[in-house]
Design a protein around this ligand. Structure first.
Ligand code: HEC
Length: 104
């Protein structure tokens, strides 16, 4: 049974580099993404970069419309606890709908 016991540390070792890569990748992505220039861009950047790359916005844009963005912002607030007031959510929604609905 010696062989079986040796497997656990090996598994941990092989998972660790994958986690580190994910972090590096996320950091690099945030630097690369600059949202389109329009009213609300700075607010959106500030609120949405807190937890993940801004790349989530352009990469989801082709599938989005106003209602879908509204749901998405709501989900970020309710499920993940994003610190966004109702007034800010309205401005972010206007911005995302204007710049990232059905276009990339
Ligand atoms: C409090 C943390 C937090 C904030 C702030 C936040 N998000 Fe998210 N977001 C998440 C998590 C967690 C996920 C899902 C897990 C993942 O893939 O990272 C996610 C996923 C997404 C996705 C992918 C689709 C989905 O619904 O899973 C989009 C699009 C998105 N966020 C948009 C936004 C936008 C736009 C903002 C700013 C208004 C924002 N997020 C702010 C936590 C956050």
């Amino acid at each position: 049974m010696k062989a079986a016991r040796r497997r656990a540390p090996l598994l941990l070792l092989s998972l660790a580099p994958a986690g580190a890569c994910g972090l590096l990748w996320a950091a690099a992505g945030e630097e690369a993404v600059r949202l389109k220039d329009a009213p609300g861009r700075d607010l959106t950047t500030g609120r949405c970069i807190l937890c993940h790359s801004l790349e989530y916005i352009p990469s989801n844009a082709p599938a989005m419309n106003r209602a879908a963005w509204q749901k998405s912002i709501q989900k970020m607030k309710e499920r993940f606890g994003a610190p966004i007031t109702d007034e800010e959510a309205k401005q972010i929604l206007d911005y995302l709908d204007g710049s990232y609905s059905g276009k990339s």
